[in-house]
Structures are given as structure tokens and as C-alpha cells.
Design a protein around this ligand. Structure first.
Ligand SMILES: Cc1cc2nc3c(=O)[nH]c(=O)nc-3n(C[C@H](O)[C@H](O)[C@H](O)COP(=O)(O)OP(=O)(O)OC[C@H]3O[C@@H](n4cnc5c(N)ncnc54)[C@H](O)[C@@H]3O)c2cc1C
Length: 513
């Protein structure tokens, strides 16, 4: 039996993105997807600028831009009478990630782009209609038992690492025995998309939160002629009746009529807020909804899945190429878990505000909105949890901004999937020959030269240079060459090293073989 480097179970956004990133490293990857086609029901419609950068790193930015639109129009918070109480501004066309910070899209179209992207990588195989039924862990590899198609055909396949990208009901998570921590919000909502057949002027281009305590709703202009409604189920609602066209049209009668639009698909989802403890067990890992789920009030569930992929891809590459001990993979949970938790906690708070059904609480909320609203509607920029970075203060362990270079390339395209050091030439030249060799060995990119925006950024943070990881998170800031020497200890190299994860900082020490 041939052994793949990595097997991914599930080809939703987490699995498809991770497969694209691992394919760039030339790793042999098998993606097993239970369904024959892409999941067609209405789900994600928003992703952020950081996620666009991951698509860019995967070489798919142009394809993703072709099926998405930047969210420049913002979000209105209306009361039960339809009066606008507060407006959250849309994003600038170019934000800190070199693009708008909000993008709207239709999830099945994005998944199609990601799957097409896999065809560029000869070392990546996607098998659709193949369901993983059982998992056996061995010392050298994991064996997966797979059911192919509807018949009895089944087979076994092996991989050195297996990532469960298998969604909320994850088989891999259950096999690993990882526990889900309840973060407090679980609420059923009716979600449906309509396709407009004609111009409907009363439908705004921006998103609207209808903060009506008798029935909270969200309206969103998705892309093209697709519009989305998310409507909270109230006590006494019959979920089976709710999804029937006659009922849907009744809910929409204020905005759009059946002669103006077709209902595409409707589904009832219970929005959950949970996070798992135990993202890795030996050769098994979890990513995406299998390991965390958030209510969609910030449009961040899939974004978190994509960030998982970006965090994990370079670590799996370093481990599978023998550059580091596989203890590096433990930093995946320690870094990502608090990061995603910041988004989930905020989405829960926002959800509780939007979902208010008590008229008096709604009246007080509306007053706060009229006065400018709580300051919780901006996406957080959390730091990674303890892992492979150093420095006590932000921006260490935060995502580095995207810069436009003098030759018009964006920084990410110039750096590729490698580590990088950027800063004043004399500081970069000041490191020892040993460190220079180490930089060379791990394929680190050196960038120096005049760049006003970079100089401003470094000055603002009192630094002369910055070291970046392949996922563009800041490994550390340097005031002098010896800071660079110190943080270069964290870089992988040819021999095996052992990562030691400590609170707020980490060092990798060589282990003798
Ligand atoms: C109404 C709604 C609105 C949302 N809006 C947003 C939004 O605006 N922005 C955002 O970022 N997120 C949003 N989300 C969340 C987003 O849709 C999910 O977070 C995202 O789909 C998770 O991706 P995933 O790859 O982890 O899981 P999934 O998309 O669930 O994919 C898992 C895949 O694994 C496959 N699978 C499962 N078990 C097996 C097995 N045993 N063998 C083989 N294959 C298997 C499944 O068939 C599936 O294809 C929304 C979700 C909902 C429901």
C-alpha cells in the first residue's frame, strides 16, 4: 500500500484550502470527500482580507476575485420600524491586507474554485464519493478505511498524517475523543437565498440587521442577483412549514414578490458556538468546523477554517521534510485556539445583541445604537496563542500587513511560502555567518531597501527589522542584529530540532540524534 504524506478527510473550504497549500510544497496529498458534488445549501457569504491573502498565497486570488465582490457598502442596524439606528462603515477598497477587508461570495462557487485549483498540483488527488468509515492509528502511518460510492466497494489507504476537515459532526474528532467546550450560543435560524429576476430598488446594496425583537433578521446583498435572508426561529415556529415557499414569500412580502425573484434554497441551521480541546493526537489533526464552530454574525466560521489551513500547512511541510521534530504540530492548537476563540466570543456577544427578543432590552439596545453603538462590531486582530514567535507585546504574533513593493508586486507574492526577514540592510548584514547560513538553509527571504510604508511601520513599533513566518504572522521584531540572532533560533533547519512551547514565547533547541 502506498503511503501518502497527508490525507485530508473532507473537501469543504478547510480541506480544499489545505490541499492547495500542501500541493504547493509538493507533498503527496489524498483528499477523501464523502459527497459526489459540492454542498449546495446556503452557507458562507463573507470572508475577510486576511483570508484573501491565503487564497493569494495559494495562487488563486484572481479566480476568487472573479466570483466575489469587495464589501464596500457596510451594514445598517435597523429597529422594528425600519429606521436606521447605526451604520457600520464598509471597508476601504485597499485595507491592511492589500485588498478590501470584507468580501462577499457564494460558498459553492468558492469551493469550485478551490477544487479546480487542486488540478494544478500533480501530487494532490481528490476522490469524491469516498467516505472514510474507520481510522486505525499506527506508529508510522494512519490507515483509513474508505467506502467508495453507494456500492460495497471499500479499500484501505495510509498516510503519515491525517487531518479531519470533516465538518461539525467530525468522525475524526470523535475518534480522537476531543471534547467540545460549549461557548453559550445555540439558536435555530432559517437561511435562504433568492435570485432576483428584475431590479428591485427597495433592496439595498448594503447588509441590514433588522433588530426587530418580534423576529430578528439579516438581509445581505451577496453577489450578482443573489440576495440572502437569515431569519431567527421564534417559539412556536414549525421548522418544516418555515422552509415552504408560501411561508418564505410571506416573510419577504415587505421587500420582494414572487414575480421579481426565485427562491433558490432554504435550510434551517442551528448556529452553534463550540471549540474543541485536543486538535492533535499523534498523527491525527483537526481543522475547520470539526474543531470550532461559531454563529455567523461576524461571517467568520469559514475564515477560521482557512486560517487553520494557513497555520498548519507550513508546519506539516517542515515536519514531513524532516526539518523539525513533529512536536512543532502541537503549536497548531496552542496558537490557533485562543485566536479563533476571540472571534467566537465576539460573535456570541454580537449574536446576543442582535437576537434580543425582550422588548425592554431591545429598546435599551436601540438607544445604545442611536448613540453610536457598542464598539464591538469591528473584527478583532488577535495574537496567536503560545507558539513559534517571540516578543511580549503586539504586533509580535499578529498578522503582518500586506505591502505593495516598488516593482508593483504585493509582499506576499514576493515572499512566497517562506520565512522572511525584512528591514534595514545594516541590521540584516550584522548577523553572524552562522545565522546567515541558517537563513540560507531554511530558504528564508531577505528584503531590505527603501520602503516608506515599511519604514513607518518599523518606526511605529520601535524596530529595525521584522521576521515573518510563511503564514505571514510576525515571528518577532528586532531592534538590532542580536535580536535577529535570537529569533533565528526559532527557524527550522536541516537537522531535527525540538520546539519548546512556553507562555508568550518559544524556542527551538537542537536535539542530538
Ligand atoms: C447559514 C450559514 C452562514 C454562514 N456564513 C458564513 C460567513 O459568512 N462567513 C464564514 O466565514 N463562514 C460562514 N459560515 C460557516 C462556514 O460555512 C463553515 O465554517 C465552513 O463551511 C466550514 O468549512 P469546513 O471545511 O471546516 O467544513 P464543511 O464545509 O462542513 O466541510 C466538511 C466536508 O467533509 C465531508 N465529510 C464529512 N465526513 C466525512 C467522511 N467521513 N469522509 C469523507 N468526507 C467527509 C463533508 O461531506 C463536507 O464536504 C456559515 C455557515 C452557515 C450554516
Amino acid at each position: 500500500m502506498s503511503v501518502f504524506d497527508v490525507a485530508l478527510i473532507g473537501c469543504g473550504p478547510a480541506g480544499a484550502t489545505l490541499a492547495n497549500l500542501l500541493g504547493q510544497y509538493g507533498l503527496s496529498v489524498l483528499v477523501l470527500e464523502r459527497e459526489p458534488g459540492i454542498y449546495p445549501l446556503p452557507r458562507a457569504i463573507h470572508f475577510d482580507g486576511e483570508v484573501m491573502r491565503v487564497f493569494e498565497t495559494a495562487g488563486l486570488r484572481a479566480q476568487v476575485e472573479a466570483i466575489s465582490r469587495p464589501g464596500l457598502k457596510g451594514m445598517h442596524f435597523n429597529n422594528a420600524q425600519g429606521q436606521t439606528l447605526m451604520i457600520r462603515a464598509g471597508s476601504a477598497p485597499i485595507g491592511p491586507h492589500g485588498c478590501a477587508n470584507n468580501h462577499y461570495f457564494h460558498q459553492p462557487e468558492l469551493e469550485a474554485v478551490l477544487r479546480q485549483g487542486l488540478q494544478r498540483h500533480p501530487s494532490v488527488q481528490l476522490r469524491t464519493g469516498h467516505e472514510v468509515r474507520a481510522i486505525e492509528e499506527g506508529d508510522e502511518a494512519v490507515t483509513l478505511h474508505v467506502q467508495a460510492g453507494a456500492g460495497d466497494a471499500s479499500y484501505a489507504v495510509q498516510a503519515r498524517y491525517v487531518v479531519g476537515c470533516d465538518g461539525a459532526r467530525s468522525l475524526v474528532r470523535k475518534h480522537m475523543g476531543s471534547t467540545l467546550i460549549d461557548l453559550g450560543l445555540h439558536q435555530p435560524w432559517l437561511v435562504f437565498d433568492v435570485l432576483l429576476k428584475t431590479e428591485v430598488p427597495q433592496l439595498p446594496e448594503y447588509t441590514v440587521q433588522h433588530c426587530d425583537p418580534s423576529r430578528p433578521m439579516t438581509y445581505c446583498n451577496v453577489t450578482g442577483n443573489r440576495r440572502r435572508w437569515e431569519i431567527m426561529l421564534m417559539p412556536g415556529d414549525d421548522p418544516e412549514q418555515m422552509v415552504l415557499p408560501a411561508h418564505l414569500w410571506k416573510l419577504l412580502e415587505r421587500w420582494v414578490r414572487p414575480d421579481q425573484a426565485d427562491i433558490e434554497r432554504a435550510a434551517i441551521y442551528t448556529f452553534h458556538s463550540v471549540i474543541a480541546q485536543g486538535w492533535r493526537r499523534g498523527r491525527l489533526l483537526l481543522a475547520g468546523d470539526s474543531v470550532h464552530q461559531t454563529p455567523p454574525f461576524l461571517g467568520q466560521g469559514m475564515c477560521a477554517a482557512i486560517r487553520d489551513a494557513a497555520n498548519l500547512a507550513w508546519k506539516l511541510d517542515a515536519v514531513l521534510h524532516g526539518q523539525v521534530d513533529d512536536a512543532l504540530l502541537d503549536s497548531y492548537e496552542s496558537e490557533r485556539s485562543p485566536h479563533v476563540r476571540a472571534f467566537i466570543d465576539l460573535a456570541v456577544r454580537l449574536g446576543n445583541i442582535i437576537q434580543t427578543t425582550d422588548p425592554e432590552a431591545a429598546r435599551q439596545r436601540d438607544e445604545r445604537f442611536r448613540a453610536g453603538g457598542p464598539e464591538i462590531f469591528h473584527l478583532p486582530v488577535p495574537r496567536l496563542g503560545p507558539g513559534i514567535w517571540c516578543g511580549q507585546e503586539p504586533p509580535a504574533a499578529q498578522i503582518f500587513p500586506q505591502l505593495a513593493l516598488a516593482d508593483d508586486r504585493l509582499l506576499d507574492s514576493a515572499l512566497g511560502r517562506r520565512f522572511a526577514v525584512i528591514g534595514a540592510r545594516d541590521v540584516l548584514d550584522g548577523v553572524s555567518r552562522q545565522t546567515q547560513e541558517r537563513w540560507h538553509d531554511c530558504g528564508l527571504v531577505r528584503l531590505s531597501g527603501e520602503h516608506p510604508e515599511l519604514q513607518r511601520w518599523l518606526q511605529q513599533h520601535g524596530a529595525q527589522a521584522v521576521m515573518l513566518r510563511p503564514d505571514r504572522y510576525i515571528l518577532g521584531l528586532a531592534r538590532c542584529a542580536s535580536d535577529l540572532e535570537r529569533m533565528s533560533e526559532l527557524l527550522p533547519r536541516g537537522g531535527l530540532q525540538k520546539p519548546v512551547i512556553a507562555r508568550g514565547a518559544a524556542t527551538w533547541r537542537s536535539v542530538s540524534l
